[in-house]
Design a protein around this ligand. Structure first.
Ligand SMILES: Cc1cc2nc3c(=O)[nH]c(=O)nc-3n(C[C@H](O)[C@H](O)[C@H](O)COP(=O)(O)O)c2cc1C
Length: 145
């Protein structure tokens, strides 16, 4: 049976969206059915039971603006059936490195979604190839689904 994954992005400058698109390509090459949402509303992904959130961090440890409406909507949902993981892009020069990853983890687990593996936090000051870093992490996610 073809498995379906929703990739939900949070991005201000586009970097996290590029990583999300790369992961979508890799997953599709492995016969997953992938839905990428760059301005997600809950309704867009309500039917999906496997979510991969790919988000950068902005402000002072904050979630990018395009992910905020989704997180606000999620606060009213029962996500018991949702399994998820998070890939973050951040800069370790900031006090709250990849703070958005923590925000997303807390927002989803608070609604009873199940985090299936440790999040990836890509430090853009240390890692040149963000796509490859995410691709290298992907098997950890896939073995848990
Ligand atoms: C104004 C600004 C604030 C940022 N704040 C943080 C932060 O608090 N924590 C962090 O880990 N990275 C922070 N970053 C780094 C971004 O998350 C990083 O550059 C990321 O690659 C941007 O991804 P995007 O292109 O998807 O927006 C900040 C970047 C900018 C420009």
């Amino acid at each position: 049976m073809t498995q379906s994954i929703a990739i939900i992005t949070g991005s201000t400058l586009g970097g996290a969206e590029y990583v999300a698109d790369h992961l979508a390509d890799v997953l599709e090459s492995q016969n997953f059915q992938v839905q990428v949402e760059n301005n997600a509303s809950f309704a867009d992904v309500a039917e999906q039971k496997l979510w991969l959130v790919v988000t950068s961090t902005h402000g002072a440890g904050e979630v990018p603006d395009n992910l905020l409406p989704f997180l606000a909507e999620v606060k009213n949902q029962d996500l018991t059936d949702v399994h998820f993981a998070v890939v973050g892009l951040g800069n370790s020069d900031y006090d709250l490195f990849c703070g958005a990853v923590d925000v997303v983890e807390q927002a989803l687990t608070a609604q009873s979604a199940v985090q299936i593996c440790p999040s990836l936090r890509i430090d853009v000051t240390q890692v040149d190839d963000h796509d490859q870093a995410a691709e290298d992490w992907l098997p950890m996610f896939l073995t848990k689904i």
